[in-house]
Design a protein around this ligand. Structure first.
Ligand code: PEP
Ligand code: MN
Length: 336
């Protein structure tokens, strides 16, 4: 249920309603927009919320029938901007996060970070805990990998994004990184979603490869309902019958999410295509379709990569792509 306040509602009137709803045992979330304040109300028997319709300052009480509330456009009509340090995601600027799939060595990360910085990008990616399909594949450098990322952050003035795969790694990632990535395989790990909801770090929530948009938005709702509003959604391809690409990039998720939710959407053209040569066209298509950002795998030596080499751009190819994206961003009214 949402309580839409009149545009001229006073702060005391908003507070009076908030307190009344809390006293009645509801969970209350305020969304203070440019135009008006909206109060999201969650709990049992929400029909009781209609009782506040007659209180001063209320315009109307509207039921939200969707299974997600706090991440819905109804609750927050303006686009949300999620700040990664000083880097805003969801505004005019398209944010490109780039770096290797996995942290493999000090040298590898520093080489990638130097190029990411020189290209004017502000977020470095790199997995320290790797959820690999085969137990015999490289599993990641864990805390040692996080320390390398943190050193790159300090040396090159970059923000760091890295994946947490369970409660233990989450604690470490929160300590060392700027954005917590929740991977496709964990999109429905509800206990992990609750745990990341109890932190204040921005979260990049990837879409599960067999998840619908509604399931994905409900996963985001878990994080926000547990107290962390800083969620960025990431489409990384879904599994279909097509086998030429690693996954099928669902670009239509961009306009669909924009309609249903206020959260920013980032596209991962690397895991969706699975092949470096198809990354640039899909990255450009994503920007043209209104994506708020991209997360791209790039490696100083893709042929030697311990994880996802075939889909990783070389650093010169990353530079070429960023230049073309800058020109394109301008055409669609964005900056990069
Ligand atoms: C990754 O970003 O390296 C990764 C494992 O992604 P996904 O969860 O989308 O497979
Ligand atoms: Mn990868």
């Amino acid at each position: 249920m949402i309580v839409v306040m009149r545009h001229d509602a006073e702060q005391e009137q908003i507070e009076a309603i908030r307190h009344r709803l809390i006293d009645e045992g509801f969970q209350v979330h305020l969304s203070q927009g440019v135009e008006r304040t909206i109060i999201g109300v969650i709990g049992e028997n929400t029909e009781r919320v209609f009782a506040v319709s007659s209180m001063a300052g209320v315009e109307q009480v509207v039921p939200v029938h969707r299974p997600y509330k706090l991440v819905s456009r109804e609750f927050h009509p303006d686009d949300s901007i999620i700040n990664i340090g000083k880097v805003p995601v969801g505004g005019k600027r398209v944010i490109v996060m780039a770096g290797p799939c996995a942290v493999e060595s000090h040298d590898q990360v520093m080489q990638a970070a130097e190029v990411v910085q020189q290209l004017g990008l502000s977020v470095l990616r790199g997995g320290a805990y790797k959820p690999r399909t085969s137990p015999y594949s490289f599993q990641g450098m864990r805390v040692d990998g996080l320390k390398i990322l943190a050193e790159a952050r300090d040396r090159y003035g970059l923000m760091i994004i890295t994946e947490a795969v369970d409660h233990e790694s989450l604690q470490q990632v929160v300590e060392w990184a700027d954005v917590v990535q929740i991977g496709a395989r964990n999109m429905q790990n509800y206990e992990l979603l609750k745990a990341v909801g109890q932190t204040e770090k921005p979260v990049l929530l990837k879409r599960g490869f067999a998840s619908t948009i509604d399931e994905w938005l409900q996963a985001a709702e878990y994080i926000v309902a547990h107290g962390n509003p800083n969620v960025i959604l990431c489409e990384r391809g879904i599994r279909t019958y097509e086998s030429k690409t690693r996954n099928t990039l669902d670009l239509s998720a961009i306009p669909v999410i924009k309609e249903l939710s206020h959260l920013p959407v980032v596209i991962d053209p690397s895991h969706s295509t699975g092949h470096w040569n198809w990354v640039a066209p899909m990255a450009r298509a994503a920007v043209a379709a209104g994506a708020d950002g991209l997360i791209i795998e790039a490696h100083p030596n893709p042929a030697e990569a311990l994880s996802d080499g075939p889909q990783s751009l070389s650093l010169p190819h990353l530079a070429e792509l960023v230049h073309s994206l800058r020109a394109l961003a301008e055409v669609v009214g964005r900056t990069l």
